[in-house]
Design a protein around this ligand. Structure first.
Ligand SMILES: [Zn+2]
Length: 283
């Protein structure tokens, strides 16, 4: 060790320890960039659709954001009330900014309700299930506001004509009207006579059949309108959807539970249920 090195070494030992400033996780990352407002956002601000939230609501939403550690990673919150037509709230994320828009109907709601909305939105963003108590708080507020919110009339679907996505149920191979009439009479004592049934205009992925409540209708995947598909298979899918209509869609703890145990039991009453299920698995 040279004389100079020795000196440095000794100095190092005698110097008081330097305080190390804590480095927060977000300081390791690049500072967030200012997102440029989109055309839509500029327009929303200009025509008064969007306006700043009350400070107490701002804090409530900040609290919600705090609980998901997003701030630690440099995310910032942007909030606004938005004059949506119905009771909607939205969330989206861009350039490390979380944009939360709360329905302007919620402007007079207590902080805990807005905080619950914040949680529901953030959990949706993070693909987490919403918490029961938050959904309940939000529902209660919605119910209270119901008479003040104008309802958008739902678009009717002509049972004869269908629309761009659904076409009349006659089909090329299987006639849904005929099937429905038969099922209705045999298993549902006519309770489903007035439910319009459609084929999808095109073959679709993700479902064989769907039941819609508003307006009421049943839609069956066009893929099943084929000579390779036995009639009992189409009938079984239709039976499942009619069952949704007859039993209704129960809501348990704020979530729709269409396939209750009662439903599953009733579903098995269709004589070729098992065979149809097996066919569809292979199809
Ligand atoms: Zn179902």
């Amino acid at each position: 060790m040279s004389e100079q090195q020795q000196l440095l070494f000794e100095n190092a030992l005698t110097l008081p320890p330097k305080a190390i400033a804590p480095v927060l996780p977000h300081q390791w990352l690049d500072p967030p960039e200012e997102p440029k407002p989109t055309k839509h956002e500029k327009r929303a601000k200009a025509n008064g659709k969007e306006y700043p939230v009350r400070p107490s609501h701002r804090l409530a939403l900040e609290r919600a954001l705090d609980s998901y550690r997003l701030k630690l990673h440099g995310y910032q919150l942007e909030t606004a009330y938005y004059r949506y037509t119905g009771l909607s709230h939205t969330i989206r994320i861009r350039d490390r900014k979380v944009f939360v828009r709360i329905s302007h109907y919620f402007e007079d709601q207590p902080e805990r309700v807005v905080e619950a909305v914040g949680h529901i939105l953030l959990r949706k963003l993070l693909s987490m299930r919403p918490l029961k108590k938050e959904v309940e708080l939000c529902r209660a507020a919605e119910q209270e506001l119901e008479d003040r919110v104008p309802h958008r009339p739902s678009k009717k679907v002509d049972p004869e004509e269908g629309n761009r996505h659904f076409v009349a149920g006659e089909g090329k191979v299987h006639d849904l009207h005929e099937m429905k009439a038969r099922l209705c009479e045999r298993y549902f004592s006519g309770q489903c006579a007035d439910v319009p049934v459609f084929w999808t205009a095109k073959r679709v992925r993700g479902y064989w059949g769907k039941y819609f409540q508003n307006p009421t209708r049943i839609v069956i995947n066009r893929r099943l309108d084929s000579p390779r598909v036995p009639g009992y298979v189409v009938e079984s899918v239709l039976y499942h959807e009619i069952l949704h209509h007859v039993l209704g869609i129960p809501v348990v703890n704020g979530r729709r539970r269409p396939h209750s145990r009662k439903f599953r039991e009733a579903e098995r009453r269709y004589p070729l249920f098992k065979e149809a299920e097996l066919f569809l698995k292979e199809f």
